[in-house]
Design a protein. Structure first.
Length: 563
């Protein structure tokens, strides 16, 4: 990659020739508001004397002895990307890294620093190699970083990362091998050092899974272990621990959320509660009438089914939510006319196709043996109606007015709920008196995402790992069902050992596993900000002015919502 690639991206070219994982990270960095020309690396109060550091530093120090004089730096960070320990092989490189703040206490979280080895590895959950000018911030272009996350062998949570840094001209493919070896050694040492309490909790979890009584979770003060079904419920570790730690008996039933409860088996060491085994009510089991909240897509589908054939229906929703699929399930023999082809076909030819569809098969051949008996005219679906201009809207309305007995008619508009249709489309809908039904986006239906992915993979005898399922549920799915179908299909092809891991997902999707769920108010605010960013083509000054907030406040919200 050349520096010109970086310059083109910073000037607005979003389709530069770059490795996909680096390009995805650059896009995240831009949306996080990272300044590519200058950044102040934040200092944290990270405690360097952690359990991870006590175990990992001796292992790293032994490797450092082999790297002396090699022009490289070894570093250990916590789960936030704050450096806990650093070793540098030579004074000149130490001065360079001091200037870059690659030293104890400074934090390299990607949302603050942009694309870099430590931050990107922690963001994606996989090894990250960032060469020279692949860094988002220009001042890091003369170094190369290779980093990989460290996962605790019991909880499977990311607890930190190992990073190797060298000058860009000394980039060596063996650095990735060194980092992987160090991470494996540290994870093995963490397993050996795992307390008896942690091992008891893990054993209890594995025993419960073998029983197969339903979704199970193990919770302790700093431990949360779940199977895929429990992970799909998006349980909060701190809330769970608050529920169970003060239970007086050894068995109880607790209410975790609306219509979600769990049977709790308290695990003790003497008189101290060390953890609890939770067997949760199966969220897919049949429930009593009136106790479930219907899926919003199902509600929309039932509304459409009740209206089609009785009146003109306009189904609207974001691209890929399944508008046409829904209508085709109701009318499998419908004639589909796509307004997106109007510029190619020309208005005269396109309207001619509409005229033929409205006439139906029985009106075409006057020489039939029984011309008075016409075949039923199939329904007509007009798609992408938001693209029609005023002449096309008038021509469509005129053809419908001329039809002596128009067939059942439905329309689709690829528009979000908060986006009004363009004036020609709005005039056409008013002229037809169309009933409008909105189909919700996939991001509002995490349970449906999980169910679709699990069903698709089950047909191929594959299962989802917990981190992969969490990522699928939390990803915003801008491409909706089409995007989900592609991601799950491709992940299934990459899976090994019968299980789809988060590393089998695209980087942008896998990164969602580390994001927290937003409250309804936060979700609404993030939606408004995202819409404003789209409207102003990413101009943050214009967005801040429209929303009535400062640029600093806007950047803070962009980081918080990962926009």
């Amino acid at each position: 990659m050349t520096v010109s690639t970086w310059e083109r991206f910073q000037s607005g070219d979003d389709h530069v020739d770059l490795r996909p994982d680096v390009l995805s990270s650059w896009r995240r960095s831009r949306w996080n508001g990272v300044d590519p020309e200058h950044v102040d690396v934040p200092f944290t109060d990270a405690d360097p004397d952690t359990r991870l550091a006590r175990i990992a530093v001796p292992i790293l120090a032994r490797m450092a002895e082999l790297l002396t004089g090699d022009g490289s730096c070894l570093a250990l960070s916590d789960e936030r990307g704050a450096v806990l320990w650093r070793w540098v092989s030579e004074p000149a490189l130490r001065t360079t890294l001091d200037d870059l703040r690659v030293s104890e206490g400074f934090c390299f979280d990607e949302e603050f620093i942009g694309t870099n080895g430590l931050g990107t590895a922690l963001e994606t959950g996989r090894i990250a190699l960032v060469r020279g000018s692949e860094h988002f911030v220009q001042r890091f272009h003369h170094v190369t970083c290779v980093a990989a996350p460290i996962r605790h062998p019991v909880t499977r949570r990311t607890v930190g990362a190992v990073n190797v840094t060298c000058r860009a001209e000394h980039t060596n493919p063996l650095l990735a091998v060194v980092v992987r070896t160090l991470v494996e050694e540290i994870q093995s040492a963490l397993w050996r050092a795992a307390s008896a309490r942690e091992r008891v909790l893990l054993d209890a979890f594995l025993t419960a899974r073998r029983r197969g009584l339903g979704p199970v979770a193990i919770v302790g003060e700093d431990v949360l272990i779940t199977d895929a079904a429990a992970a799909a419920l998006d349980l909060d570790h701190r809330d769970l621990w608050d529920e169970v730690r003060d239970l007086s008996g050894d068995d109880a039933t607790v209410q975790l959320a609306d219509r979600l409860h769990a049977r709790v088996e308290v695990l003790r060491d003497g008189g101290t509660t060390t953890g609890a085994l939770l067997t949760l009510a199966d969220p897919t089991a049949p429930r009593a009438r009136g106790t479930t909240t219907p899926d919003p897509w199902t509600t929309a589908a039932e509304r459409v089914a009740a209206l089609v054939g009785r009146e003109v229906v306009a189904v609207r929703g974001e691209p890929g939510v399944g508008k046409l699929t829904l209508l085709r399930e109701l009318w499998p023999d419908a004639v589909v006319l796509d307004a997106a082809t109007l510029p190619v076909d020309g208005l005269r030819a396109w309207v001619g196709g509409l005229r033929d569809a409205l006439a139906g098969p029985g009106a075409v051949d006057p020489t039939r043996a029984d011309p008075t008996r016409a075949d039923p005219t199939p329904p007509v679906l007009l798609t992408h109606v938001e693209l029609v201009d005023t002449p096309a809207a008038r021509a469509i309305a005129a053809e419908l007015d001329r039809a002596p007995s128009p067939p059942p008619l439905a329309l689709t508009l690829a528009l979000p709920d908060d986006t009004p249709p363009p004036e020609p489309a709005a005039l056409l809908l008013d002229r037809l008196g169309a009933a409008v039904v909105s189909v919700p986006p996939l991001r509002s239906r995490p349970d449906a995402v999980a169910a679709f992915a699990q069903e698709h993979l089950r047909d191929r005898h594959l299962a989802l790992a917990v981190d992969a399922l969490t990522a699928l549920r939390r990803h915003p799915w801008p491409g909706n069902l089409r995007e989900l179908t592609r991601v799950v299909r491709d992940a299934g092809r990459r899976a090994r050992g019968g299980v789809v891991q988060a590393t089998d997902l695209p980087t942008e999707v896998a990164a969602a596993a580390g994001r927290r769920n937003l409250t309804p108010l936060e979700h609404a605010e993030s939606t408004v900000i995202a819409a404003a960013l789209h409207e102003h083509r990413g101009n943050k000054s214009a967005v801040a002015k429209e929303l009535g907030i400062s640029r600093t406040a806007l950047y803070s919200k962009l980081r918080a919502y990962r926009l």
